[in-house]
Design a protein around this ligand. Structure first.
Ligand code: FE2
Length: 326
């Protein structure tokens, strides 16, 4: 059973191909990079629509397969930016119609969990999902993937990107901020904003910009933002683990590339006798292989979708997914 998955929730167009054992046969990632400023959904969607055909061809070539070998097509149904979601969905519908194969729309956040489960060896983790558009702490409880904590405003990666723009560090500023933070010495008073189990990142951004205007170094600002934001993530993740009694923490999302975040979470896990699992980088970031794999799991468990069922859902909630495969 060969599944081709198309990811298109935001800036990344991904096409992945998996088999029924979650061998990743191809995982092509084509990220849209805006020439300047922030991500414009329409422009990213145009990029996806223009590139999807070539990206599918590249994935088939990497997997040494042809279209005839594909048994199932899946795509990211949500959550995400409407125009981007529609570009991926349109490509998936066209493939399904042309090849006469079933189509499954999947939840992007749940796909991060399932690719982690399948490739890292963890069994029943709490997922710390930290990316540009999403920041959620997710675990399986009482038949569903439930959100135990999440951002109340912007995703943590989005906060880093906005901060990068404000400080003149360019777009996708996470790696630059991580590098600067290594030389930070002074922990500035950045607002630590955990409300119940939820988090807020926009106040961190405002405070960081204010510190810059007062003449503090980029290194100290980057260091302080990271230490504060990552401690918030680790606190909420730890409380979720304690609440549901789980002993594994799985990392997902682009921000997980940050070594300092992994070090903080790993230390938290160790101190409570738990273990941290991190998928390989290309399965951590947004990618088509995770979409293919969740599509396969859903299809194998009996889920079927008509074209009418494939409407995209910009606000598709993790806890709205009917988990039929566990
Ligand atoms: Fe993601």
């Amino acid at each position: 059973m060969i599944t081709l998955g198309i990811e298109g929730t935001a800036h990344t167009l991904g096409v992945g191909i998996t088999d029924e054992k979650c061998n990743v046969l191809a995982n092509v990632i084509d990220m849209y990079r805006p020439p300047e400023g922030g991500l414009h959904p329409r422009e990213a969607a145009n990029h996806h629509a223009d590139s999807v055909s070539a990206t599918i061809s590249k994935a088939l070539s990497d997997a040494k397969l042809t279209l005839k070998d594909i048994d199932l097509v899946s795509f990211s149904k949500g959550p995400g930016l409407g125009p981007c979601l529609r570009a991926a969905a349109t490509a998936a519908r066209a493939l399904s119609a042309r090849l006469g194969i079933p189509i499954i729309g999947v939840n992007h956040c749940v796909a991060h969990v399932e690719i982690g489960n399948a490739t890292t060896g963890c069994k029943d983790p709490v997922l710390l999902y930290a990316s540009g558009g999403n920041t959620q702490i997710i675990a399986f409880a009482n038949g569903k993937y439930r959100i135990f904590g999440e951002t109340l405003d912007i995703g943590i990666g989005n906060m880093f990107d906005k901060l990068g723009r404000e400080l003149g560090l360019g777009y996708y500023a996470g790696p630059t901020i991580e590098k600067l933070a290594r030389d930070g010495k002074q922990l500035l008073d950045i607002p630590y904003s955990v409300k119940g189990m939820d988090m807020s990142f926009s106040g961190i951004l405002t405070a960081a910009v204010t510190f810059r205007n007062k003449g503090h170094s980029l290194e100290d600002i980057a260091f302080s933002v990271q230490e504060t934001a990552f401690a918030m993530l680790a606190e909420v993740t730890e409380r979720a683990m304690a609440h549901v009694g789980k002993h594994e923490v799985l990392m997902g999302g682009g921000v997980v590339q940050n070594a300092r975040l992994r070090a903080i979470v790993s230390q938290m896990a160790e101190e409570r006798g738990a273990k941290m699992y991190v998928p390989v980088p290309r399965l951590c970031i947004d990618n088509g292989a995770m979409i293919a794999w969740l599509g396969h799991l859903m299809h194998a468990s009996g889920v079927r979708m008509t074209i009418d069922d494939t409407k995209v859902e910009q606000r598709f909630r993790t806890d709205d997914v009917n988990v039929t495969w566990r």
